[in-house]
Structure formats: C-alpha cells, structure tokens
Design a binder for this molecule. Structure first.
Ligand SMILES: Cc1ncc(COP(=O)(O)O)c(C=O)c1O
Length: 391
C-alpha cells in the first residue's frame, strides 16, 4: 500500500545527510549512507495532520493540553511493548541526546563516572565528556560474528570505578543487537544492586526484525523503573527528527523532579507545535505504515546480505536484529580506516559512518544506513564493490 520505492530528491533541503558532502569536500555525486535518517517520506497520515495544522496558520506556544497526546503514546506503548505508561511519567524534550545530557547533569556531579558500552552511538561519549563527567568504557565482546555484553567486567568497573550512571543503548546502535530479557536483567540487577542510575536510550525500539522483540528496560522489574530514565521518540520511526520531539519516561518521582529542574535551567519550556502534531498522528495512525516499512527494510537487509556474500566475501555483515543500520566488518581487507575511507569516498563516491567514531572497538568497521529506496541501495552496493575492487 505504501510506496517505499519512491525516490524523493533531498539535495537543497538543508539535509545533513545529502547537503553536507560537498561542504566536506566530497565528490558532489557522493551517495550518503551515514547519518541515521531515512530517505522515505513520513507516513501520509502524519503529513496530512501536519498540513492541516499548517493551514491553520498560527503557531503560538502550544502543549499537549488535552488527553489525546497521552492516549496516543499510551496506545503505542501498550500495543507494541506491553508497557503501561502513566501521564505523570512523560517529559517532552526536543531530542534524545538533549535528554541524555540533561539526565547526566541531573543525576551526577562533575567528575562522577558514567559507563557506556562501546562501540556505541558516538554522542554517548561526547555527552559524558562535554558535561565534565568521567567516561568509563565497558567494551562489548565481539565473538563468532555477534556482540554480547561483558557483564563480569561491567560489574567490576561499576564497583572499582564507582560508576553512578549507565547509558544503555537498546536496541543497540551500531551493532544491531536487540537485547534479550536475560541480558537486560543481568545488567539491570547489577545496576540496582550497586545504586547505579540508568538512561535507557530506546530510540530504535520500533525497528526490530521478525523473530526478535524489543523489551522496555524499565518495564522488566519495578526496581529498574525506579532507577531509569527511558528515552523514546517518534523521530527515527517516522522519519521526523527535524521536528524535534522526544518523549522521556521517568517513573521515579525524585528522578523526574531532578530531571525537570535541570531542564528548567536550560530555559526550555514548550515543545515544537509541529512535533506534537506529528507525534500524536504517528502513534495514532502510523502503525500499518511502520509494519510495511519493517518488511521493506527486511528486503533491503536481504539484498545487502546476499550482495556481500556473493560479491564482497571479505566483508562480514554483523547480522542486525534491529535498527536500519548495518555494521560491516572490513578488517579482512587489511586496509587502515583512513585508506578504507579514502577508497569509499573518492573511488566509490559513497559516504558511510566511520567505525572508529563509535569507539576503539569500531576500528575496521563501517556503519551502513539501509533505510533508502532499494534502487538507491543497489547503486550504493555497486559503488562499494567498485571502491574495493578485488579486495
Ligand atoms: C541511539 C541513538 N540515540 C539518539 C539518537 C539521536 O536522537 P536525537 O536526534 O533525538 O537527539 C540517535 C540517532 O541516530 C541514536 O542512534
């Protein structure tokens, strides 16, 4: 019913993904597969709600005054994740990284230790450092083509480094894991035991491939709900990050008070009115669009998998369980990260996300965003092959 094959020209729209390449000195026909937004239009139901609101013509200070916004979020969380949210838990902010920085300042003091699991979405590291907290890295273990948490080391670091806060990425960007109940419970019990707060970044929660299930960390045990700031957003799911709306759920009243006090110190008050409209419409009416999109992305993933297997046997695809981001292992090529990127950009004219930006464990890897029309993905894969030649 929805046409994900449609190509929409994005150059000249101020798009980071498309318009930054030439500014960075890359060839002007570079195809971007880096930043995590999609080349698909938002669901027609969302576009219609937005255009009705735009037709009204007045964009005054706004908020979710009646219950419809909450009801939309409630229905989504209950239906998709079996998680029953309460109205008082919700704090609306412009973005998840904004929420992470706010929570870091609210729950820790300068110099306190904050733990992250690299390779991981790079603003985790910068959010800790930019706020003058001490970074503790718990490296994920990569074995037999799959990533796991190193839970013994996790607990040891928490105790020895006196960690105050853990930033969980679930599902995990870039390694594509959808953490199991056992893994989340093991990590959660350690945090609860040692009085460690958790920021659970669940922005990729809606992108889970058939056979896997996303579990809301705070929904697993009441003691996790009591220590956790859960970050969600319609932005990745419905391709509206430019509308700047994220929903943060904080069950514990004291944590919520600290978070809101920190939020006030930033001067932020009401959300973006178009973000509110789009978010409500997406959660009320976007389910069938999303379900079709997941099938389309599964098709793209199959294409990538088959192409790599037949044409680029020296690259290994770390099979994603969720997210539209594929984590590719180039280490067999023998190329340094610099050599690899030179080839990709200058010879292949494709821009992927550089592995080392996600932490030391990302050396030799690149992240490939597959959320684009299939013909664009085909072009990208052919260019990848061109770039690497016989490597
Ligand atoms: C794990 C993760 N968190 C947060 C974000 C960005 O969130 P926001 O744009 O709301 O700050 C991204 C975007 O790629 C992400 O992958």
């Amino acid at each position: 019913m929805y046409n994900f094959d449609e190509i929409t020209e994005r150059h000249g729209t101020g798009s980071l993904k498309y318009d930054l390449a030439s500014k960075r000195g890359m060839p002007c026909d570079t195809l971007p597969f880096w930043v995590a937004d999609m080349d698909f239009k938002s669901p027609p139901e969302v576009l219609q709600a937005l255009s009705q609101r735009i037709d009204h013509g007045i964009f005054g200070y706004s908020d979710s005054i009646d219950e419809s916004y909450f009801n939309a979020l409630y229905g989504w969380n209950r239906g998709r994740f079996d998680w029953n949210i309460r109205p008082e838990w919700i704090v609306k902010v412009p973005g998840v990284v904004f929420a992470i920085c706010t929570a870091i300042r609210a729950l820790t003091k300068p110099g306190d230790a904050v733990l992250i699991q690299q390779p991981v979405y790079h603003p985790f590291e910068s959010s800790v450092k930019d706020n003058n907290r001490r970074l503790v890295v718990n490296e994920l273990i990569y074995r037999d083509g799959r990533y796991r948490m190193d839970l013994d080391e996790f607990e040891r670091q928490i105790v020895e480094e006196n960690v105050r806060l853990f930033i969980l990425c679930s599902p995990h960007n870039p390694v594509g894991r959808v953490w199991t109940g056992e893994e989340l419970t093991a990590a959660g019990d350690i945090c609860a035991r040692h009085g460690v707060f958790v920021i659970s970044d669940e922005i990729h929660q809606d992108f889970v491939y058939p056979g896997y299930r996303h579990l809301v960390f705070a929904g697993l045990k009441p003691e996790y709900a009591d220590i956790t700031v859960t970050c969600t957003a319609p932005s990745k799911t419905f391709n509206i990050p430019g509308l700047q709306i994220s929903n943060i759920f904080i069950c514990n009243e004291d944590i919520r008070r600290l978070f809101i006090a920190e939020l006030r110190r930033t001067g932020y008050s009401q959300p973006n009115v178009l973000g509110l409209i789009a978010c409500r419409a997406a959660y009320e009416k976007g389910a069938s669009w999303l379900d079709e999109l997941i099938l389309y992305l599964s098709g793209n993933l199959a294409l990538l998998r088959d192409f790599i297997k037949s044409e680029l046997p020296n690259i290994h695809l770390v099979e994603p369980e969720g997210t539209y981001l594929a984590w590719l292992d180039f280490r067999k090529s023998g190329l340094s990260d610099q050599e690899l990127e030179q080839l990709l950009v200058n010879k292949g004219r494709i821009w992927l996300s550089s592995g080392p930006t996600f932490g030391a464990g990302g050396r030799g890897f690149q992240r490939f965003n597959i959320a684009c029309p299939r013909t664009v993905l085909e072009q990208g894969l052919n260019r990848l092959k061109e770039a690497l030649g016989s490597i």
